[in-house]
Design a protein around this ligand. Structure first.
Ligand code: PRP
Length: 175
């Protein structure tokens, strides 16, 4: 069977430029605060790594492992934590880093969960947003790109665990 083709939607250069802009805004907004980046695994690992390296104020980095019990390809909002934060976050300023907000159910659940741990603030930074699939209104405080309802891969995002290592974001097409 032939390999499916991947058509570029957002090039590595476009992503780099946008990530730098987001990091600049975050660095400015969180000066003199206690910023903790919470990287939601797995998809956010590439975005979080690039974003963190462009932020020029002190940050703590945490990882949250999440498994979403989906109905096929869409999430149900029932989220299981497979790896929890390594330390308490009370009194700290949390920025949840997501690769994509699709239905919004995952981030809605995470905001509720993190809010119970008494942080000073919780905000969201997402690289991609697909408003066409939104099922719940969620705040996205820092957003990279709004995209159409297409299945995207690369830059951390997978298709059956493949393509996470692509340096750009693309759409998987027919082979
Ligand atoms: C993706 C993404 C978000 C979630 C968004 O994770 O990283 O966590 O889906 O979808 P939603 O807005 O519809 O809830 P995925 O379940 O693909 O897991 P992965 O990050 O491990 O690839």
């Amino acid at each position: 069977m032939a390999e499916p083709t991947v058509t570029t939607l957002l090039s590595a250069e476009q992503i780099t430029e946008r990530v730098r802009e987001l990091a600049k805004a975050i660095s400015r907004d969180y000066v003199e605060r206690k910023l903790v980046l919470v990287c939601v695994l797995k998809g956010s690992f590439v975005f979080a790594a690039d974003l963190a390296r462009s932020i020029n104020i002190p940050v703590r980095i945490e990882f949250l492992g999440v498994r979403s019990y989906g109905e096929g390809t869409s999430s149900s909002g029932v989220v299981q934590i497979t790896h929890d934060l390594s330390r308490p976050i009370a009194g700290e300023d949390i920025l949840v880093i997501e690769d994509i907000v699709d239905t919004g159910l995952t981030i809605a659940h995470l905001l509720e969960l993190l809010g119970t741990r008494k942080p000073s603030s919780v905000k969201v930074c997402a690289l991609l947003h697909k408003p066409a699939r939104s099922r719940v209104e969620v705040p996205i405080d820092y957003l990279g790109f709004t995209i159409e309802d297409k299945f995207v891969v690369g830059y951390g995002l997978d298709w059956a665990e493949r393509y996470r290592n692509l340096p750009f974001i693309g759409v998987v097409g027919p082979s």
